[in-house]
Design a binder for this molecule. Structure first.
Ligand code: ADP
Ligand code: MG
Length: 340
């Protein structure tokens, strides 16, 4: 008798879920990205118990037909890529076709959706990866996904969830990122029945930043714009030197519209402030870097928060110079970045 066994689907889905789904905010990330990919104009996020007990994302995007609504929960089921070449030119936030399968493997999920092609909507219920039922349901065009009891069937992971306050903080931070990246979309965040963030559709990033951070923050921002369109171009805002902070928490970095945690960009930003900000302090920043889709690999990590650039030095230089120019324009520094 051999010793090797192929794991049953449910178990392999749970293992895969471990890579993508770490906490309620990771579920929110996947669901909100799906809403954005579906062309939503309004996204409402509702959570209870820090998202551990309940997390609901409702959108007015294109919705799904009945058969797709069931298929969507299969692993590697995606409408976003179909050929290997697509992988090198990713324009959507999702593409792995893993998120819904992973979420459903470790929680109780209810999806209600309706698309224009069908006269009525569909409700699908899945618990711990097991399809419970599929039935017709009323819903306006769009999709509402409710996740309950995260890790109810994976006690080892449930143990690692943090307090309600910590998980709420992560969720709020995440939604803030998406709201900044998509001023044109209306975002509403409701925590235990209380609306904690509401951003009506905005004209541009400045208006959206005003909605989220308030007037004081906006007044101290310097406009950043520089680089070369089609190779590396950065736009956004950085704070004036007097606005310094003791952590990088107020740095919101995006690459091709996707928010990232990127040491290269963070370092280039710090370099631009060298000799202006005391050691151990950081500027606030909202920076959007655009590079050609084939110059950045977003497929580094399942959670897609890290990226790899084909020309890292070009990216660093673009950021450094654009930020330096903004500081210079406001009279803070000479234009050249001091060597060293
Ligand atoms: P991916 O986003 O990588 O394709 P997901 O597991 O997140 O994989 O979703 C699977 C598929 O389900 C998507 O490709 C999309 O076709 C569909 N889908 C998921 N969420 C939504 C939504 N909110 N609105 C419309 N379609 C959706
Ligand atoms: Mg997705």
């Amino acid at each position: 008798m051999g010793k090797i066994k192929v794991l049953p689907d449910q178990l392999s889905n749970q293992i895969a879920a471990g890579e993508v789904i770490e906490r309620p905010a990771s579920v929110a990330k996947e669901l909100v990205e799906n809403s954005i990919d579906a062309g939503a104009k309004r996204i409402e996020i509702h959570f209870e118990g820090g998202g551990r007990r309940l997390l609901r994302v409702a959108d007015d995007g294109e919705g799904m037909a009945r058969d797709d609504a069931i298929l969507a929960f299969e692993r590697h089921a995606t409408s976003k890529i179909s050929r290997l070449e697509d992988l090198f030119e990713i324009r959507t936030l999702g593409f792995r076709g893993e998120a819904l399968a992973s979420i459903a493997a470790v929680s109780r999920v209810e999806l209600v959706t309706k698309c224009d092609d069908e006269p009525h909507g569909t409700r699908v219920r899945i618990e711990g990866g097991k399809l419970r039922d599929v039935e017709p349901a009323a819903h306006p065009r769009g999709t509402t996904i409710t996740m309950r009891d995260l890790f109810f069937n994976v006690p080892a992971r449930r143990k690692f969830l943090r307090s309600e306050a910590t998980e709420s903080f992560h969720l709020t931070n995440l939604i803030t990122h998406y709201a900044l990246a998509h001023p044109e979309i209306e975002f509403t965040l409701i925590n235990n029945g209380r609306e904690t963030l509401r951003a009506a559709p905005a004209l541009d990033l400045r208006e959206r930043a005003y909605q989220i951070f308030g007037a004081d923050f906006i007044e101290n921002l310097l406009l950043v714009e520089g680089g070369e369109r089609g190779s590396a171009f950065v736009r956004g805002f950085v704070s004036a030197p007097r606005e310094r902070r003791t952590s990088r928490d107020a740095q919101y970095l995006f690459v091709n519209g996707r928010f990232v945690r990127d040491k290269l960009i963070a370092r280039a930003l710090s370099e631009a402030y060298r000799s202006i900000l005391p050691h151990g302090t950081y500027p606030a920043a909202l920076l959007f870097l655009d590079v050609p889709f084939d110059e950045v690999d977003v497929n580094v990590h399942p959670a897609k928060i890290e990226v790899r650039f084909r020309r890292p030095e070009l990216v660093a230089e673009t950021i450094r110079e654009a930020v330096r120019a903004a500081l210079h324009g406001a009279g803070y520094v000479p234009l050249a970045v001091a060597p060293g």
